[in-house]
Each structure stands twice: as structure tokens, then as C-alpha cells.
Design a protein around this ligand. Structure first.
Ligand code: ITT
Length: 207
């Protein structure tokens, strides 16, 4: 079984990605073991100060590669709101902290709802960029999920901005959906399915 580290401190991301790999079928799930940062004894607050999602995902993956010499991947993601000039974007996790240090989902959602209070145009999208560093090569996969920002929180599942995000064509928020239903349409689901497809193609070459 090949070990692949997912360089994240976010347990929700880890759960979503493990579910996506499991759904991909036994030929993938039985060939790859997804390790968390905890599993490899990494408790660092990995720096992510890039200008783009791709920069940050690479920074996180490279940290693991450099310090642990293990094949790994990382996800950097966030919410882009059209009326706010695509903010909070790469600052999504630390939106409510002007200094950009603390990560507080409740404060982030409060700030976004406040900034959108008088805004009619509610279009937004989640974006996820996944960078894989494996066998000396680097690969990048991206997923976008369009939708709208609600006027109040609905639902209690998921994390981050899930309670205020209505994916296009749905009348419920991500926080009202099961993880499986969210994964079918989400930014991360789209990016990780490409990653899985790539991992499957390598196995096809080896077998
Ligand atoms: P790691 O860096 O350790 O992976 P993180 O939560 O800090 O975990 P990011 O730096 O990529 O992750 O920030 C992503 C933020 O964007 C996240 O904290 C949420 O606020 C928001 N976000 C991303 N994907 C989301 C999703 O599927 N649902 C809700 N909010 C999401």
C-alpha cells in the first residue's frame, strides 16, 4: 500500500477526501493509504502566505516533502464573492482577523453576512486547488462550485462558510447536505476526483 500524506490540519477536509477515495472503489482505496499530519507526527502550523490558492497548496505540500520526505498532496481553497471583488479568496480561513492569524469560522461567517447585508447580487463560488507531489513530480488539480450567499445561516453540517452557501440549482446550503451529496458537486469533490483519476491512471500503467 502506498502512503500518501494529506497536508491539512482541517479534519473536515480530511473526512471529505477520505470519503472520495473510498467511493472511487477498492482498486484505489486498497492501493493508497491517506495519512494525516497527525499520523506522521507533524503538529506545525504550516506557513501559507502565497498570493494564489496554487501557491499556498504548493507551500503546504512542499513543507511535508522537505521535512518528512513523503509523497503528499495539499488543498488550498476558499470562497470568492463577486460583489466583494472575489474576496475573501485566499484569505477565507482568516477573513475576520485583520492581522490574518486566527482562524474562526463563526467570526468569518458573521463578517461576510455583515459585508453582504445590503448587497443584492449574491453570486459566489468556492474554489479548491490540490497540489500533488509524488515520485519527484508535481501535479495540480482545480475545482470550482458556483452558487449564492444566503442571508442567514441554514444547517449545521460541514464547516467554514457551508451554512451560508447555496450551490447552483439547489435550495439548501452545503451545511444542510450530507457529506456525500456535498462531495458530488463541491469544488473539493471536483478537484479530488481529478486527483483520483490520475492515481488510477498510474496504477493502470504499473499493473
Ligand atoms: P489547511 O490549510 O490545514 O488545509 P484550512 O481550513 O486553513 O486548513 P485553507 O487555508 O485552504 O484551509 O482555507 C480554506 C478556508 O476556506 C476554510 O477554512 C473555510 O473557511 C473556507 N472553505 C474552503 N472549503 C470550504 C468548504 O468546502 N466549505 C466551507 N468553507 C470552505
Amino acid at each position: 500500500m502506498k502512503k500518501l500524506v494529506f497536508a491539512t490540519n482541517n479534519q473536515h477536509k480530511l473526512d471529505e477526501v477520505r470519503a472520495l477515495l473510498k467511493e472511487a472503489g477498492p482498486e484505489i482505496a486498497e492501493r493508497y493509504e491517506i495519512l494525516s499530519l497527525d499520523d506522521i507526527g507533524c503538529h506545525a502550523d504550516i506557513p501559507e502566505n502565497g498570493m494564489t490558492f496554487a501557491d499556498n497548496a504548493l507551500q503546504k505540500a512542499e513543507y511535508v516533502k522537505v521535512h518528512y520526505n513523503l509523497d503528499c498532496f495539499a488543498d488550498d481553497s476558499g470562497l470568492e464573492v463577486r460583489a466583494l471583488g472575489m474576496e475573501p479568496g485566499v484569505r477565507s480561513a482568516r477573513y475576520a482577523d485583520d492581522c490574518g492569524y486566527s482562524h474562526d469560522d463563526t467570526a468569518n461567517v458573521d463578517k461576510l453576512l455583515h459585508n453582504m447585508a445590503n448587497v443584492k447580487e449574491r453570486q459566489a463560488q468556492f474554489r479548491a486547488v490540490v497540489v500533488l507531489l509524488m515520485d519527484g513530480d508535481r501535479y495540480e488539480f482545480e475545482g470550482v462550485c458556483r452558487g449564492e450567499i444566503g442571508r442567514q445561516r441554514e444547517g449545521s453540517k460541514g464547516f467554514g462558510y457551508d451554512p451560508i452557501f447555496y450551490p447552483e440549482g439547489h435550495s439548501v446550503t452545503f451545511a444542510e447536505m450530507s457529506m456525500q451529496d456535498k462531495n458530488l458537486i463541491s469544488h473539493r469533490g471536483k478537484a479530488v476526483r481529478q486527483l483520483v483519476k490520475y492515481l488510477a491512471s498510474i496504477e493502470e500503467k504499473i499493473v
